[in-house]
Design a protein around this ligand. Structure first.
Ligand code: 173
Length: 353
């Protein structure tokens, strides 16, 4: 491309010289060199004025488009495309209709997509420790200083060829939602829909577990394939699950995580200005997430009440035992899968004793 431009400029400059009969060979060579240098200079100046070409990144979300867990990614894309005009833009490919959620991790690793909105539980096939984000009991701002974030960032680099940009969901617990009541923390005899987030805990509570993507939950409830499911505090109205849900179990446990990741090879090709557009927008979303989630959770708790969804609440020592079991079962699972990194992550992520 640059070579063609230089050649064209050289032809134009050379056309300006004296008629052939009054030129020497030495003059011709000198003219040729001068023309080449001038053309290259012109090209340099014009690209410095116009800036680098606009780069387009392919963006995917692992949650349904325009639903709670995708909305902050959509806000992020809008910010990048507005701030990055002429420099960088994200082409939003969409959600699970474009790509199954459990394939997003591999697609990001291989560069089939450049940027993804996804939770660790959906790519344990690529990087088992990713599911440990749910066990953070310290804010991201603290983890970014304590070394906990850097420890994970190194694993993202090594295992996933990815860079972790921002955690857009990080202040919301998960719950058990049921179609049948329970009277104590015991799911014996119940079939519960899971992802890796809930597997160890629900199994420890005696449930029979069935793993599905969120897009299959409604049908599983409708057909009675499951008696309940795990999900964060907010979002059950997005896909109509409230129609089939009778109970929410409190307290909630863990802290849901949904984050933006970018392919490292893609990242390495961006210049400083393009990277700044991305990191500024990502930081803004992470900083806003607490307020964003609090509003969504308050609204959905009220909406569940209005919809007649009853709360089954464990209190006092029962609640404590329930939560202790949740963390114990999950850490045991993480450490079983990653004896090397699991214990380190537990130290970084757990609340001070
Ligand atoms: O239940 C799920 O599909 C799941 O693992 C999850 C994780 C983070 C946010 C929402 C759902």
């Amino acid at each position: 491309m640059a070579r063609i431009a230089i050649e064209q400029a050289r032809v134009l400059i050379l056309a300006e010289r004296a008629p052939k009969d009054v030129r020497s060979l030495g003059e011709d060579i000198m003219h040729y060199r001068l023309a080449t240098a001038l053309a290259a200079l012109l090209l340099l100046v014009s690209s410095a004025v116009t800036g680098a070409q606009e780069v387009t990144l392919k963006g995917i979300t692992s949650f349904a488009e325009k639903t709670l867990n995708s909305r902050s990614f959509e806000r992020f894309i809008d910010m990048v495309n507005a701030e990055g005009k002429g420099k960088i833009r994200i082409d939003y490919i969409g959600g699970p209709k474009a790509m199954p959620p459990f394939e997003v991790g591999n697609a990001l690793k291989s560069g089939v997509v450049d940027i993804a909105n996804v939770t660790g539980a959906f790519y344990t096939n690529v990087f088992p420790e990713s599911d440990a984000w749910k066990l953070t009991q310290r804010p991201m701002s603290e983890l970014r200083k304590s070394g906990g974030f850097d420890y994970m960032a190194k694993l993202y680099d090594e295992k996933m060829n990815a860079i972790f940009l921002a955690r857009q969901i990080g202040h919301t617990p998960f719950h058990v939602y049921l179609t049948k009541p329970i009277t104590k923390p015991d799911l014996t005899g119940l079939k519960i829909r899971i992802t890796p987030v809930y597997r160890d805990f629900f199994t420890a509570l005696g449930a029979t577990v069935v793993q599905t993507a969120p897009g299959e939950v409604y049908t599983a409830l409708e057909r009675g394939v499951v008696d309940g499911y795990g999900w964060p505090t907010a979002g059950i109205f997005d896909l109509g699950w409230h129609e089939k849900t009778k109970y929410r179990v409190d307290p909630g446990f863990y802290t849901a995580e949904v984050s933006f990741l970018i392919n490292k090879t893609t990242w390495s090709k961006l210049d400083a200005a393009q990277r700044k557009v991305i990191t500024d927008a990502a930081a803004k979303i992470e900083a806003d997430s607490a307020a964003y989630e609090a509003a969504a959770n308050t609204a959905d708790i009220e909406r569940m009440k209005q919809a007649g969804i009853q709360t089954i609440e464990f209190k006092g020592a029962d609640a404590e035992a329930y939560l202790a079991k949740a963390y114990e079962a999950a850490w045991a699972g993480i450490i079983r899968q990653s004896p090397e990194h699991g214990p380190k992550l537990r130290e970084f992520f757990s609340k001070p004793k």
